[in-house]
Design a protein around this ligand. Sequence first.
Ligand SMILES: Nc1nc2c(ncn2[C@@H]2O[C@H](COP(=O)(O)OP(=O)(O)O)[C@@H](O)[C@H]2O)c(=O)[nH]1
Ligand SMILES: [Mg+2]
Length: 352
Amino acid sequence: MKTINQNNTAASGSQNCAAHGNRIILEKGDSSSSEKNEAVFSSIVDIIEKSKDVSASDKAEYIKSVQNILAKNKVNIMLAGATGAGKSSTINALFNIDKAEVGYGTDPQTREIEKYTFSNVTLWDTPGFGDSPEHDRHTAGMIKDLLWRKNDEGNPLIDLVLVVVDGSSRDMMSTFELITNVIEPNVHYRDSIVVGINQTDIAMKGRHWDSENRKPESQLIEFMNDKIRSVKTRISSSCDLNVKVMYYSATERYNILKLLCFILENLPDEEKMINIAEMVNPDKTVWASHDEDTEEIYAGIEDRLQNRVGKVVSGAIAGARIGRSVAKAVGVPSLVGTVVGGFVGGLAGLFF
Ligand SMILES: Nc1nc2c(ncn2[C@@H]2O[C@H](COP(=O)(O)OP(=O)(O)O)[C@@H](O)[C@H]2O)c(=O)[nH]1
Ligand SMILES: [Mg+2]
């Protein structure tokens, strides 16, 4: 693989332009440019640090082994949708990362997949769709290649596809074409497609948006629910796909938690929820405004997450030489309980 340094002032941080076959992929960010959520992990360190009868080097080794197990998975999410729908803004709202450039990528000459890697989470931000037949063919080729790509284990690389739709636009044709002609024939995990209708705040030209509380009024809610129904009807009438559809506003920070829930719920592997949980935006204000049913959805995810982390931590204790000595000193149930409580509690603490 040939790597060329790019002199591109539009981007912050490290950036490489790599050729994959005849496709160009712009790589941004690395593990050093983003921090994991401290709240999520600090309790693991805490309980182990406090345990008696365990040497400092054994403690350090155990902390590392638990972290390694929790971090062994890699998550790959593809973002797709029209230029200006809000893909970059959505990345910025959800994740604890260097800013994705809003408005960048509108130049037809620089249509590339932008790849953001943050620890074990990778986002593949694909170029806009629906600008011209020529560009669409090029973009469709890139999306298809990506959907067929395999990871190191030989499994499909992309775990989930997030299609971002501009809720203020009446024309949804390009989105339907993208889903039915490009994504549907090539996607591996058919239940892992989330359609996020963005820009709820201006969907009715700004009417019925309560900007003080960053929430839609009832007329706008009705309008958005109609949109959800029409997207679902339209897609199910032309192909056999069970897409999950919700609405939000990336820049107004409305329903970002619900969007996160939709992503977590629809990942093909529950364990990968943990990787995403570690990387979410630590800015509490991002998560504050959401629909009433969101906390219920979140609670369901929390249960599954808790279950999963418990199993992972128990596995680490059973498997590690050091783990056994720590487990003996601290007690397995208390260790698992604290780690899980800290992990899930730390995550919930970010949101509520
Ligand atoms: N009012 C409003 N504007 C938004 C929202 N999301 C994105 N935008 C704006 O739409 C434009 C395009 O957004 P961008 O994230 O660059 O879209 P992309 O081309 O899909 O990556 C920018 O000017 C954003 O500020 C939203 O939820 N509400
Ligand atoms: Mg963009």
